[in-house]
Ligand binder design. Structure first.
Ligand code: 13P
Length: 249
C-alpha cells in the first residue's frame, strides 16, 4: 500500500514569527497523524523555524526549490546540503510557478532532483499541463514530455525515492479543482510512463499527489480515488485548522 503524502506549499507567504504561530495551532491538530506523511514547505527563510516548531511531531519540512550545484557562484540559489543542515527532509522541484516565471526546464528539474537525492532529501517533483495544452488535447503528450525529458533520467534506485505531484496549471490558485476523475486519468498516464520506464514494481510504488485548488471540502473525494496518493496544497495550507482538516480527511 502507498502511504499518502499530505503536503503544503506555502509559496511566498509567512515570516518566521507567522510560521511559529501556524505550528502552535497546527501541532495539536495534526502533529501525530499516522495514516499519512505530512510535509510542509515554507520559504527558505523559515526552514529553521519550521523544523524547530515541528520537533517531537511526525511533521516533515521541505524546501520549495533546491540548487543543483553543491556550492559555488550561483547567486540566489540554496544547495541541498544547506537545506539538509536546517533539518528539512524534502524539496519541491519543478513547480509550475518556477517553470512559468523562473525559466525552470525539464532538464533543470532532473538536475535539481538528482541533487536532492544525492544529499538524501526527498524531491517532490511537479508536472502538469497548462489550460491551452489541455484544451488542445495535448495533456498526455505534455506529461510524457515532462517525464521523458526530466525524471526519466534518474536511475531506478533514485526513482524509488521520489514523490511526483500532478498539478494542472489551470487548477492552481483558480478555485477550479480538477474533478477526481480528471486527476485520476492524468495519474494513470503518469503511472503508465513510470511502468514503461522503470517497471511494474516502480509504477505500483510511486506516490503521485494531486495539486490545484485542494480545499477541506474537496479533499475527501480526491482521496477516494485509488490513483491519488496524497495532495500538494497551496493556499489552503496557510491556515492551520484548514490544513489540519485536509490532513485528517
Ligand atoms: P493552490 O492549492 O493554491 O491552488 O496551489 C496549488 C499549488 O500550486 C501547490 O503547489
Amino acid at each position: 500500500m502507498r502511504k499518502p503524502v499530505m503536503a503544503g506549499n506555502w509559496k511566498m507567504y509567512k515570516t518566521p514569527a507567522e510560521t511559529l504561530a501556524f505550528f502552535e495551532k497546527f501541532r495539536p491538530l495534526a502533529g501525530n497523524a499516522a495514516h499519512c506523511e505530512v510535509v510542509i514547505c515554507p520559504p527558505f527563510t523559515n526552514l529553521f523555524a519550521a523544523v524547530e516548531a515541528a520537533k517531537g511531531t511526525a511533521i516533515r519540512i521541505g524546501a520549495q526549490n533546491i540548487g543543483w550545484a553543491k556550492e559555488g557562484a550561483f547567486t540566489g540559489e540554496v544547495s541541498g546540503s544547506m537545506i539538509q543542515a536546517t533539518g528539512a527532509t524534502h524539496a519541491l522541484v519543478g513547480h509550475s510557478e518556477r517553470r512559468q516565471y523562473f525559466a525552470e526546464s525539464d532538464e533543470t528539474v532532473l538536475k535539481r532532483s538528482q541533487a536532492a537525492l544525492e544529499i538524501g532529501l526527498t524531491p517532490i517533483v511537479c508536472v502538469g499541463e497548462r489550460l491551452d495544452e489541455r484544451e488542445g488535447g495535448r495533456t498526455e503528450s505534455v506529461l510524457t514530455q515532462q517525464f521523458q525529458n526530466g525524471i526519466a533520467g534518474l536511475t531506478e534506485q533514485q526513482f524509488a525515492r521520489i514523490v511526483i505531484a500532478y498539478e494542472p496549471v489551470w487548477a492552481i490558485g483558480t478555485g477550479k479543482t480538477a474533478t477526481p476523475e480528471i486527476a485520476a486519468d492524468a495519474h494513470r498516464v503518469i503511472r503508465g510512463l513510470v511502468r514503461a520506464k522503470f517497471g511494474k514494481g516502480a509504477g505500483d510504488a510511486i506516490r503521485i499527489l494531486y495539486g490545484g485548488s485542494v480545499k477541506p471540502d474537496n479533499v475527501k473525494s480526491l482521496m477516494a480515488q485509488p490513483e491519488i496518493d496524497g495532495v500538494l496544497v497551496g493556499g489552503a495550507s496557510l491556515d492551520p485548522a484548514g490544513f489540519a482538516s485536509i490532513v485528517n480527511f
